[in-house]
Design a protein around this ligand. Structure first.
Ligand SMILES: *Cc1c(COP(=O)(O)O)cnc(C)c1O
Length: 440
């Protein structure tokens, strides 16, 4: 059998040439404009193929990197293709956005230069004097933006530690947005998205869910009534701790018009290379997120059984008070790859734990292939005053873990030996036992 010498086969199968095609149902119908239909294909298939057309000129299976900042026009105002200038749109960004829209069951997605820029752009889309209700337990950078930047622009944010109960009373005439993070960071509290969204929609208020901690593989907030889902792509979606990027996905054409105007006007856009890398990472999201969740479950169970541990926060545990919401909102009731726990022995023990691990690296961030550990009270959440921190469960002895995709037996062994050293053993000094990063 001879192989064709033509660089492109006669019939180039374009399995997923456009989002519309991806979202076309088997009966050929495209659903009503404001709602995305259930995708025909399952998550892993979409992760690999959505937004990944074969290159029409070379047949390249992997999209080329499109570094050009400008695109030629045949006559004034008539670009050759879909693109004019790379801040406004770029082929690598479009492909990534199409993939995210498919995975979040959304009609539209817009990528930004970071998760924080995504949050800022959504807040900037609100008219001055707008009111926002947010869960108390939000990502530190989101809290900083809400309290120190949004207010300066005339947008006021009220925080609630129990939003499902309080939301109705907190709504004002000018409330425009409700901001949810589920699970929250670092205590892994869950919010019943449907419950909050139902109340919000009765008042014409939009609901945003920061889905960073679970990734679209474990949770699709739009399916539970949210209007906008946001991600720090930096975490699970890219998954290899080498890109800072953000994305928002939603169904409304009006939201699309507002946010894409600001995406272009503010210009907080990701580079083509970052989009390319994040899209590559995304193709294995289902494998990584599944493994991370299995690993976190094993680690959480081992910690729960340890006499040195005060409490474990993990929605995958049967003992978690959030288990019913996890079963309702998460794929197969998965708990995700993040957990936190309180160690006996106070802050010192938590610090010793992070120095004693041999696989978990002491570092901020999460969602990468490598496992990380940190002490929120002294690192990611150090900016929050102690009384406020403790009110939301961030005690000095709390350790947060991001489980990677290493082998679960190794991770469990590592955590248990570190607990033993942290609680029972003496003070570990830097050097002899090695600090993180030089453990192998
Ligand atoms: C990291 C993170 C952000 C901010 O994203 P950046 O990409 O770092 O700007 C927002 N929300 C959550 C939950 C995060 O973990």
């Amino acid at each position: 059998m001879t192989k064709s010498h033509s660089p492109v086969p006669d019939h180039v199968p374009f399995p997923f040439p456009s989002l519309e095609k991806v979202l076309t149902r088997e009966d050929g119908c495209i659903e009503t404009p404001q709602r995305a239909p259930s995708p025909v294909h399952q998550f892993g298939t979409l992760a690999v193929h959505a937004g990944s057309p074969l290159d029409p000129t070379t047949g390249a299976v992997i999209e080329p990197l499109s570094l050009s900042t400008t695109f030629a026009q045949t006559s004034v105002g008539k670009p050759i293709g879909l693109y004019e200038y790379s801040r406004s749109s770029n082929p690598n960004r479009t492909n990534f956005e199409e993939a995210i829209a498919a995975l979040e069951h959304a009609r539209h997605a817009l990528a930004f230069s970071s998760g924080s820029a995504t949050t800022a752009t959504i807040l900037q889309s609100l008219a001055t004097k707008s009111h926002v209700i947010s869960v108390s337990d939000v990502y530190g950078g989101t809290h900083r933006y809400f309290t120190q930047v949004a207010e300066a622009h005339g947008v006021l944010v009220t925080f609630s530690p129990s939003i499902e109960i309080d939301v109705e009373q907190l709504i004002r005439d000018n409330t425009k947005l409700i901001w949810i993070e589920s699970p929250s960071n670092p205590t892994l509290s869950l919010v019943d998205i449907r419950r909050v969204a139902t109340i919000a929609h009765n008042h014409g208020i939009l609901v945003v869910v920061d889905n960073t901690f679970l990734s679209p593989y474990v949770q699709n907030p739009l399916d539970h009534g949210a209007d906008i889902v946001v991600h720090s792509v930096t975490k699970y979606i890219n998954g290899h701790s080498d890109v800072v990027m953000g994305v928002a996905a939603f169904n409304s054409d009006e939201v699309k018009a507002r946010l894409s105007f600001l995406q272009n006007a503010i210009g907080a856009v990701p580079s083509p290379f970052d989009c390319w890398l994040a899209h590559r990472g995304l193709k294995t999201l289902h494998l990584r997120a599944r493994e991370a969740s299995n690993n976190a479950t094993a680690v959480a169970k081992a910690l729960e059984a340890s006499p040195h541990v005060i409490a474990v926060n993990y929605p995958g545990l049967e003992s978690s008070k959030y288990r019913p919401i996890a079963l309702k909102q998460h794929r197969d009731g998965m708990g995700g790859g993040m957990l936190s726990f309180r160690l006996k022995g106070g802050h010192e023990a938590s610090e010793r734990f992070c120095q004693a691990t041999k696989i978990f690296v002491l570092a901020e961030s999460l969602g990468g292939v490598e496992s990380l550990c940190e002490v929120p009270s002294a690192m990611t959440h150090a900016g929050i005053p102690k009384d406020q921190r403790e009110a939301i469960g961030v005690f000095d002895d709390l350790v947060r873990l991001s489980c990677g995709v290493e082998d679960s037996a190794d991770l469990v062994k590592d955590v248990l030996q570190a607990v033993e050293k942290a609680v029972v053993g003496g003070k570990i000094t830097n050097g002899v036992n090695g600090t993180n990063g030089t453990k192998f």
